[in-house]
Design a protein around this ligand. Structure first.
Ligand code: GLA
Length: 397
């Protein structure tokens, strides 16, 4: 038995952004039902991940237990509940004695906890790194210990490393058994970050902090720029509670487009029990989800910048290419990208993935995508080669 393979980035929901320390089993049940009733499950959002604060300490025999007030029915019953709905359950722990939120964690209990998690039939483990030493060697040892323990259970459990990028997990986390690893500190519900160095907005995380990491992503190995804040609008734990006012729908569209191009995990952080129309349309954009879930499993990258507009591409199966134009500036901008800018030759059919319409065919090095973008807005296209067109594009070295 091997660890979960995860050929495309995981999709689902996490309790952290909205509920933080107040998560309980009613929220998890209602969220599972909402993922089904909104249709999000059928679009691929399968993992229901309980983040920190599900724990209630250890019992007399050292076995980790769920919080008696907030999870009185226990985790196993919740796993059954979500499995009956065609969903999967995720859980959280930390490679130290305590988690980031001060709950009991798994250092020194790796085998025991992995066995417990497997006996509860969980499908995903996010493993955090608060209260652990800063050096890389210790991190490799601690993450490997949990990776081995998960593998020894024989259950397919996705293993998500969360040490925030400081020890370059893209170089070692796959060997520790992980299928994904956080690349940065926590995302905030804002375009720009907060005052603290570990509070990043979606602009900084998406455009700047993933640069150069594209070569470490591929089927079974994903860079994780953290949860989606799409639709939060300043509500919930990483938003209002932390003083962030949220983003506009234009910005959330850009956030979702960027995470799709980055082949990032699409883990929803907003409350799916109360989705507004705009949020449902963003999270439910099947053409963008298809870019994210493309079978080639490549992470996109920036190919250039023109007048503050960034041009990004992501190679897809069958020679298709995703191209995105992002206006990072504070003003409206006219965005232009030619096939030559992208290093493409020949003729391409063009599909606009936000208006869901077909555009005129592009041909020749000067064939150009042109559009007007609001401040912080974007356009995303799928280019499909026609006839002799051949796609061979590579990330910058
Ligand atoms: C860290 C992680 C977050 C979240 C919290 C929980 O800050 O980076 O994603 O899991 O811990 O306490």
């Amino acid at each position: 038995m091997t660890l979960a393979h995860l050929p495309t980035p995981p999709m689902g929901w996490s309790s952290w952004n909205t509920f933080g320390p107040t998560v309980d089993e009613a929220v998890i049940r209602q969220t599972a039902d909402a993922l089904v009733s909104t249709g999000l499950r059928d679009l691929g959002y399968r993992y229901v991940n309980i983040d920190d604060h599900w724990q209630g300490g250890r019992d007399g025999s050292g076995r980790i237990v769920a919080h008696p007030q907030r999870f009185p029915g226990g985790i196993e019953a919740l796993a059954d509940f979500v499995h009956e709905r065609g969903l999967k359950l995720g859980l959280y722990s930390d490679a130290a004695e305590l988690t980031c939120g001060g709950e009991v964690a798994s250092l020194g209990h790796e085998e025991r906890d992995a066995e417990t998690f497997a006996s509860w039939r969980i499908d995903y483990l996010k493993y955090d790194y608060c209260h652990a030493p800063v050096d890389r060697g210790t991190a490799v040892l601690r993450y490997t210990a949990m990776g081995r323990a998960l593998q020894a259970t024989g259950r397919d459990i996705v293993y998500s490393v969360c040490e925030w990028g400081g020890r370059e997990p893209w170089l070692w986390a796959a060997q520790a058994g992980a299928q994904l690893w956080r690349t940065t500190g926590d995302v905030c519900d804002s375009w720009n970050g907060g005052d603290r160095v570990d509070q990043h907005g979606i602009d900084e995380i998406g455009f700047d902090l993933q640069r150069g990491l594209e070569r470490f992503a591929g089927p079974g190995s994903w860079n994780d720029p953290d949860l989606l804040v799409v639709g939060m609008h300043g509500r919930g734990h990483v938003a209002g509670d932390m003083g962030f006012g949220g983003c506009t729908d234009v910005e959330y569209r850009t956030h979702f487009s960027l995470w799709s191009l980055l082949a990032a995990p699409l883990i929803i952080g907003t409350d799916v029990r109360a989705l507004d129309e705009a949020t449902a349309a963003i999270l439910g954009n099947t053409e963008l989800i298809a870019l994210n879930q493309d079978g080639l499993g490549r992470q996109g990258w920036r190919t250039g910048t023109r007048d503050g507009v960034e041009i990004w591409c992501k190679p897809l199966l069958f020679g298709d290419v995703a191209v995105a134009l992002f206006n990072r500036t504070g003003q409206d901008a006219v965005a232009v990208a030619t096939l030559g800018d992208l290093g493409l030759h020949g003729e391409y059919a063009v599909r606009d993935l936000w208006t869901h319409g077909d555009l005129p065919t592009l041909a020749g090095a000067r064939g150009a995508l042109t559009t007007r973008l609001p401040s912080h807005g974007c356009a995303v296209y799928r280019l499909v080669p026609r006839g002799e067109a051949r796609t061979s594009i590579h990330p910058p070295r």
